[in-house]
Every structure is written in C-alpha cells, then in structure tokens.
Write a protein that binds this ligand. Sequence first.
Ligand code: FCB
Length: 474
Amino acid sequence: MMNKKLFLLLCLAVHFVHAQKKQPFLWGVATAAYQVDGNYQVDGKGESKWDFLTNKVGITQFTIGEKQTGNVAINMYDRKQYLKDIELMKELGINAYRMSLDWSRIIPDGVGAVNEKALAHYDQLFDDLLAAGIEPLVTIYHFDYPAVLLQKGGWGNPEMENWYYNYASVVINRFGKKIKNFITFNEPYIEFFLVENMLNAQNNKLPEKEYYMSQMQKAHRQLIANARVIKLYHDLKLKGQIGIVLNVNPAAPWDEKKVADQKAADFQDVLINGLFLDPLYKGKYPKVALDSLAKYNPSFKPSTEEMAFIGANKPDFLGINFYAPAIVKGEDSAMSLKWLDNNPDEVKSNVGPVRPEYLYKMLMRLKNDYGNPRVIITENGTGFVSEDVKVNGKINDPLRTDYIKRHVEWALKAKKEGVNLFGYTVWSGWDNFEWVSGYTKRLGLIYVDFATQERTPKQSFYEYQKIIKENRSF
Ligand code: FCB
C-alpha cells in the first residue's frame, strides 16, 4: 500500500501539472477592422458597406455634421504600423487581441474569387501576434460586409445566410488550425436595431416602430447563419472554440419606486437581452418578445426546425460587450435601447451611466439562468471628452482608469462566485473611428493623433498594465 505522504505528494504533483496546463486568463484589448485598418483600396480590397456609407451616403455628415470616413482610420492594415502597435501591446502585457477580418478584403465581390493577398496579410499578422505571445481572438464579421451585397439587400436578402456561410468557411478552412478563438458575429442587436435604424431615420423610409420590427427577420437570419458556421466548425473537429458576441444591456428602471418604470425595464430586458440569449441557449424566442413583434411584423414566423437548429448548435463561448445598463422610463414601451442617465451629478461618459455592478449582475444571470456558459468580456471601456486631451505630452484619464478598475473588480468577483469567465478585453486599445460618431469619441488606452498617426499611451494604459500584472495568473 502506498503510504499517506507519498499519496499526498502525488496528488499535489497531478494538481500542479493540471494548473500548468490550464489556459491562462486572457487579458486583452479589442478593435474592429473598419475602425482601425484604413488602407481602404490596398491589396485588392473591395468597397464595403461602411466605405459606401461614409464616402457616398455621408452617414457621419448626418450624425455629427461633418464628413468623416475610415479610409485612413489608424492605419493598422499597414504592417510597419501594426508591428509598432504590437510592441505597445507587449508593453501593456496583454496575452490576447480581439480583432476582426474584413470580408470585403477576403472576397471583394462578396461571393466570388478569394483574394489571396488579403489572406496572406492576415496570416502574417497572426504569426506576428503569436510570436509576441498574443493570442488573436478573431471576429469573422463585425458590422461590415461587401457593398455589392448591400445593394442586393444585405441581411434583408435570404441568400445572405449562404454568402456569409461561404465567406466564413473560407476563413475557417484557411485559419482554423492557427486560430484558437473565432467569433461569428458582433452585436446583432446593435447592428439591426440601433445603427440601421439611424440610417432609416436619415432616409425616412418607414415609421420608426415598424422599422425596428422589420429588422427582426434579419437578426433571425444572422442567428441561423451563426448556428450553421458553429456546426461547420464542430464538424471539422478543430481544436479551438467558436462563439458569438452580444451586447448585454441589463435594463434598470429610471425610478425604482415607479411600477411603470420597473415594468418597462423588465420588458426592455427581454427585448434587448432575452431576444438573443434565449434562442442561443434555450432554442426559443421569449414569448413576450414574439407577441410584441407580431404587432408590427406579423410576417415574422420562425419555424420550429429553425429554432431547434439554433438551439442545437450552441456557441462554445459567449462574448459579452458591456458598457452600461439601459435605464428605462415607463413610456418606453417599444424597442428602444437608451442609455439615459439618472444621476445628475455624474460626469457624462461617452457610453452611458457608469454602473459596474450591472456587469456583475449580468454575469451572475448568465450563470444562473443560461447554464453557466463559458464567457469572455469582449468589450468594456469608456471615454470622457473632458479628459481625452493631451497636456504637456501626457493624457491623464482618471475617469477611464476608474471605470476599468471597477469593472474588472466586479467581473473578477463574479468569477470567484463561479461564473465561467475566461477573459477580459478593453474597448479599445487605440482611439479609432467610432462608426456614426466618426473620430469625435475617443475610447482608447492609447491616444492617437489622427493627422500624424502618432501613438501616446494614456494614464489608463499604465493602470491597466498594473491590473494585468496583479492578476496575471488569476
Ligand atoms: C460597440 C461596437 C464597437 C465599438 C463600441 C464602442 O457597439 O461593437 O465596435 O464601436 O461599441
């Protein structure tokens, strides 16, 4: 018989080996192709939806009164530039970088020939990142796609599901062995119910409520495409994981004592979060949401087979983008994500009220109501116009620093309480092109001079560096 001491020693050794093997917690920063890459006509890239919106429709002219585009952005497609940026990532101490691929570079006309130059570029970028000890988290689709497909109706065209599947297959077949973490889509809610709605308002096509609801078919199509690509990935038996990213916005009542506000908050919560979490994890849409949608869009009737297919092909992990809860008033009975601020004393952030405890609440909800999936925080961050200014060559941003610290604290508390959290990435590493807000909103840890491309790490960069050091082996 083995003596007790020897047995204990053996247990310890086994435990040690396991601990070594365990994937380290991922600490990272995030970007998306259109917001950072620039070089919009380099290496055979085709025109994308956002190239079209910014250059030809003038979306930022409509929203911020000035024409701004991502044609140059922060020049990250350029290898000389991104190698410098990788040096900054190393200095920051991150071991993960969330980035997105540009469909209009890989298949310029959406469905036809594959552009080898673009694939070679990404291959090189992945090698450069991996050589620096940084794991790429690759978003296959982040709001943007070839403009020719937009002209064919985009997600309004049933064929879009096949076009996306074809594009995603090219990506997975080419990079499936090198990349360990894929993301199918980023924030369907924001793409369809917020950004596209702005475009609709600009073109004055449909009454607001009707428009919101007609978007549901598009979101549903995306969920089916998501399930098809997850299935493909699993069938290929690749040794990584594939997930989807949702914006989670817990809804809080404007006035807790008002029944109408509370009711509206509960309703919004179903529309914003349940609408995507339930199909993904329970294979069905929440009844309240379907009933509400039926009022405006009676033609939206997902089939039992579709729902079963979505439910049967669950993501391996859920990426959550959390900025702020939606604060809701009684009269907000339609679909209407708003980041109202009910604290008059608070300095206004670019992304809504600062309420880190809601991140914790959301994480606990995923654990308790959705079967404790593997979760990574794929975006979290903020910006305050007042502090994103260079003074004597330095950017002191204590409000951003405080925001990040508090969100990390609440996230780690949830992890300690059993949430299956495996990473955290800040939006964003760099100031960049903020969609309809152009360059007017800075959310980076690194300040970018948009005219010269000069980078200057902000105070929050050094604070995040400390957080990572302290929690490296969390
Ligand atoms: C999210 C987007 C991301 C960035 C942040 C601020 O909705 O996914 O690209 O713009 O907002």
